[in-house]
Design a protein around this ligand. Structure first.
Ligand code: GLV
Ligand code: MN
Ligand code: MN
Length: 415
């Protein structure tokens, strides 16, 4: 396939990344969490771009933005492309939107050239991959895979708003979320393009790479109950300080995860109550995020972390509660589709590098209904989940060319 792809694809995509980044709850970095007005604004912008690219677009029952570009005849199964349009707090602009916007640019290119393929191309902008607001991740893709646990609708954000009520305020009905689910036969495969979020491609001097597998993850919500008291009057030996206990737990988690190269563990949120300089903290909650490419190592580490928290709590006379808020095993990308990505990368004149993903992605949920594969794009310094996140126009252009080649040459395999 030797058709000329306009060099401006990278610039066009970068300009849209910047336009979407302007929709944020924070002025100097990007914060766009599930079911907020910013989330709605981004959804509307993405749907407008999908329609401009010749797609039919709608918002589904969980708030995913869905676009469809029909094949040569209508009603065909699709190649599904996508990524997420929610962000972490103080995020960069590339994590998520790059995959959606690049996919839209590719479809727009097909549309401009009046190309219709023997299959449909669908693009999904998943509504909540990061799980920032309700502490539960992959909500958008789980709804599409039909595996969303309905108990999640009762979870609340920091202001006590339930997901069910937040959905209603957004114009969605939690009772209808089943309508977002897709049938296995609708989708040939799910393919996501995403920044690498790590340093490997940069160190290998490569613009793009092929993902082999996405590491499994467990997230915990931990709380420790002690006893609040006066910071000036209660002797140190008589205290049940929940924050000092949490500090010990955090260091124990860090040292456990440092002891095994295949593990990473993070405490990303901590909240001490009642929260005053002169009050001994009576209750502390914190999160734990543990990941490994080996499910056995991760499970062992989670069990170990729970034991250590319980031992520290016992010694300090604190009461621990540990809830698992998310659990997903390592998922493998389909070799047959990854090899099509490799062919496209080679056709663009680059060495094919395969690498695993330490970050989570919507493919972890989509694997329940279809084969998945991913293309990684080099990002500066391997920095992500940070406003300094950056991908160059040249790399984005290369990635778009690779994706376009994969789409045009796509050969479905399997059931
Ligand atoms: C998503 O970015 C995750 O890996 O947590
Ligand atoms: Mn992310
Ligand atoms: Mn992401």
């Amino acid at each position: 396939m030797d058709q000329a792809v306009p060099l401006s694809l990278g610039e066009e995509i970068t300009a849209r990344i910047d336009a979407l980044a302007a929709i944020s709850a924070t002025p100097d970095a990007i914060t766009r969490v599930f079911l907020t007005p910013q989330h709605r604004g981004a959804a509307d912008m993405l749907m407008a771009w999908m329609r401009e690219a010749g797609m039919a677009a709608h918002l589904d029952a969980i708030g995913n933005v869905c676009g469809r570009y029909e094949g040569a005849s209508s009603g065909r199964s699709c190649l599904m492309l996508g990524s997420h349009y929610d962000t972490v707090r103080d995020a960069g602009r590339w994590d998520g939107p790059l995959g959606i916007i690049t996919a839209i640019a590719c479809v727009a290119d097909l549309h401009r050239r009046h190309v219709r393929l023997p299959f449909a191309v669908e693009i999904v902008g998943f509504a909540d991959e990061e799980g920032v607001r309700f502490g539960s991740t992959l909500l958008g893709s789980r709804a599409v895979a039909g595996t969303l646990d309905r108990r999640v609708f009762d979870s609340t954000d920091v202001d006590g708003v339930s997901m069910r009520d937040a959905m209603a305020a957004f114009g969605l009905d939690a009772a209808l979320v089943g309508q977002a689910a897709r049938a296995r036969g609708d989708i040939h495969a799910y393919l996501e393009l995403h920044i690498e979020q790590g340093p490997v491609l940069e160190s290998e001097h490569l613009p793009v790479g092929v993902v082999t597998a996405i590491s499994g993850a467990t997230r915990l919500a931990v709380s420790l109950d002690g006893f609040a008291g006066h910071a000036g009057t209660v002797p140190m030996a008589l205290r049940r300080d929940a924050l000092a206990g949490a500090a010990e737990c955090i260091v124990a988690i860090e040292s456990l995860c440092k002891s095994d190269e295949a593990l990473v563990g993070t405490v990303g949120i901590i909240d001490a109550r009642p929260g005053a300089t002169n009050v001994i903290p009576g209750r502390v909650s914190f999160t734990v995020d543990v990941r490994s490419a080996s499910d056995a190592d991760r499970k062992r580490a989670v069990t170990d972390i729970a034991r250590r928290i319980e031992a520290i709590a016992r010694r300090r006379d604190l009461v621990p509660h540990i809830d698992v808020t998310h659990e997903s095993g390592t998922v493998s990308c389909a070799l047959w589709l990854s090899s099509q990505i490799g062919d496209a990368i080679a056709a663009e004149g680059h060495r094919i590098l395969t690498l695993p993903s330490g970050a989570g992605h919507d493919g972890m949920a989509m694997i329940d209904i279809t084969a998945i594969a991913m293309i990684f794009v080099r990002c500066r310094g391997g920095i992500s989940h940070n406003p300094a996140e950056h991908a160059s126009v040249e790399d984005v252009d290369t990635a778009a060319r690779v994706l376009l080649r994969v789409i045009e040459n796509f050969r479905p395999v399997g059931p």
